[in-house]
Design a protein around this ligand. Sequence first.
Ligand SMILES: [Zn+2]
Ligand SMILES: [Zn+2]
Length: 149
Amino acid sequence: MDQQAIQQRLEEFQQLCRERGLPITVQRRTILEAVLSLENHPTADQVHEAVADRVTGISRTTVYRTLETLVRLGLITKACHPGGTIRYDRRPELHHHLICLYCDEVADISDERFDALPIPDTSGNGFRVCDHRVQLRGVCKKCQAKEEG
Ligand SMILES: [Zn+2]
Ligand SMILES: [Zn+2]
């Protein structure tokens, strides 16, 4: 992401905070900036590393919590693998996933239409496709109950 795009996103963040009456803390701003600057879907640890010298004494827990807040605000999102760790699946046959963006729950679903999705040609990327899984991303039942409670 170039500097101009990052600046624009940071302004959107400030706008959103004002709308929601949330304080625009240096911490939040710096962490968002780090996520926008780092390539390749950084882990919480990588973000922590990137901000540690700019926000004195910032803990890993604070970085993690702030990242979660930014996710909830819709400013960033989570990519698989959920939680940054490899998830093993006990069902090797073709099926798909419901992924909770808050608690990283991964639930199975089956759908013949997803099974039959045409796979695009990835030879231009030098990529060999082994199989495909559709991920429906959202909020699980438990986390919805927490939100309401
Ligand atoms: Zn959940
Ligand atoms: Zn599964």
